[in-house]
Structure formats: C-alpha cells, structure tokens
Design a protein around this ligand. Sequence first.
Ligand code: NIG
Ligand code: FE
Length: 399
Amino acid sequence: MTASPTATALVNIGSLVTNDPALGEGPLGVVENAAVVFEGDRVAWAGATDAAPPADASYDAAGRALLPGFVDSHSHLVFAGDRTREFHARMSGHPAASYQKRGAGGIRTTVAATRAATDAELAANLSRFVREMLRQGTTTLETKSGYGLTAADEARALRLAAGQVHEVTYLGAHVVPPEYEDDPGGYVDLVTGEMLDACAPHARWIDVFCEQGAFDGDQARAILAAGKARGLTPRVHAGQLSYGPGVQLAVELEAASADHLTHLTDADVDALASGVTVATFLPGCEFSTRAVYPDVRRVLDAGATVALSTDCNPGSSFTSSMPFCVAVAVREMGMTPDEAVWAATAGGAAALRRTDVGRLAPGARADAALLDAPSHVHLAYRPGVPLVAEVWQRGVRVP
Ligand code: NIG
Ligand code: FE
C-alpha cells in the first residue's frame, strides 16, 4: 500500500493570487482570507480559510500575501567573469561598447571568459544565481547557452544548465564569434549543423539574437527552421536595439515568445496580438542600459499575451530579481500592478508553454512565494525592498 502524500495547509493568507479567475476576483483570481493545501508537490485545494479541508500540518501566513512562484522565462546564466568595467563606462557617459563589439566589453568578452572556465566554475556560478533567484521567489527558470559559441562549449553550457534549471535554450546564434568574423555564413552553417547536433539533445528551445550586428532575418529564419526540424521550439531576441524583422519572424514561425521588444512597429504589435507568440518584456535591460522603455500598454491593449522576465546576464541586465522587474514594469512601462504580477507568473508560464506553473489552483505545482506584505501590489509599491519572506517549491518550504 502506498501512503498518500502529506497534506500541508497554508492558512490565514491575507490575499491569495491564484491566477485562476474561477477561484477569486479579477484576472488574478484573488481570494482574501484564504488557504491553500499542498499535497506532495501539487496544489490540492485553494479557497477561503474557513472552508479549507483538514490537513496533516499547517502553516500560519499571518495575514500576508501568497502568490504563485515567479516564472522567469529568459535568462543567460551559464557564463564566467563579469562586465563591471563595461557597465561603469556606460553609466559614466562613455560611448557604450555595444553588445556585439569586441574590445572593452560586449558579449565576446564573456565568451572568452566562459570558454576559459572549468565545468566546476560554470556550475558553481550557475548554482549561485539559481539560489539567488529562488530566494527572491523564482521557482521556474529558463536559461540559455550563448557564451560558448563552439559546438563543444555550447553543448557543455546546455548540459550544465540542464542539471540545474527547468527549461534550457540553445542560443548558439548569440553573436558571430571572432574566429568567424570574416565568414558569418560559415558560422550559420556550424550553428545549424555540427553545433545543433551536439546541442539538440540537451535543450527544449532554440533562440536567435535577431539584430543588426548579430543575425539578420534570413540567417535567423534558417537557424530557427533547422532547430524546429530537430524538435526544438523557437524563441527570438527581437527588437532590442533597433526595429527589425525578429517579431514578424517569431510570429510566423509560431515561436513560443518574442523577447525584448524595445522597438516595436504597429505591424509588430498587430502580429503579436494575432499570433500564438507571447510578448516578453525585460525591464532590467532598459534599466541597466539606460534605453527607452517600451510601451507595454499598447501591446496589452491590442490583446497580446505578455510576460515579464529578468534577462539576467552579465552585460545588459545583471539582475536576478523578478520583484524588481515587476516594480520597473509598473513604474516605467505603463503596466498596472495586477498586469505585471500576472506577467511575471502566468505570463512566464505561457512563454514556456507550461500549464502546471504560474498559478495556484488544484493540480498546479505547489510553487509559491509568501510576501512580507498584505498584497501583491506591494511588489510595485515598495520597490527594492526584499519582500519575499518564504518560498515553496514542489511543496517543500525552501530552507
Ligand atoms: O538578452 N541581446 C542579446 N543578449 C543579451 C545580452 C547579453 C550580453 O550582453 O552578454 C540580452 O540582452
Ligand atoms: Fe537575452
């Protein structure tokens, strides 16, 4: 006989975000004076405290807010070194070293450091970030390769990522590495050939940095099509530094998400509203590069599904904090607090095509963040304050 899993009730939740409109108020499905019951790694029940079923153990939330664990659907965490000097120069008003450039900064700086690092160094660095994110309420995390740019280094990054994170993305098409400077076509052949062979077994997703100085529309199309043919689902870095073909391509190829979207045409907005591709905004990136913030309002008003993510990486956005991204999205991007919290949880789940996370309803994974605050609105109202008090992942309270 198999013992049934232990049921733990979290009671006296002042305000519970379920993201299930059938369970509570509004699109966030908010329940006041709520309880949830976790059974094993799943949510068994959610509703009002006085209607909660009996459980083996209980945890008193003391009137605080509980929300689904954040789903961070875009990060670049397999790397070595940092780029403090580049950031310092940019913030000191010196002409910024662009992401693509060699020399005093740029992606290639991190590529050199990452290639030189041992597996153990990369794994330790990654685990530091995973832990840092978990403490801030991120219970589902995507991360990418993209700082190896050889078949062996990209495959190594994905293998290490798969050991620690939930969703893994092959980004061999991050930039053209120095050894292919004079032969970008040869690099695309590598990314779609030998490198793809080495990487496809370790990843679920394929991504391309579709941008001037990185990969143009034709190259991006070829790379994503090759990935699709190997069973990987596309996602695209689109419209980060300039207007470009990335969004249209993402929607056409039914990519799971188009990310950044700092530069969006009206046609791009229409495409996002009519397709299956989630529009993922990365507020930490505009914040950290002093770029103009995108107007998420027009994308939301057009009816597109919106996600928020950190883009955590050593160059353009070295924050691991989803609460910070929620606060910036509300203050700078025209999102309401409810929209931003939805985008950071259910939106991230949609961007990863996951239905088991990003909500606290029966059957979902028991992943939750308890705030030292009475409401999820405090995530935007109290920017920079470490409000995440407790985190549960798969039903276990994180020590
Ligand atoms: O998403 N845009 C390309 N890639 C990263 C930046 C990576 C880096 O600067 O190291 C991004 O912003
Ligand atoms: Fe990115």
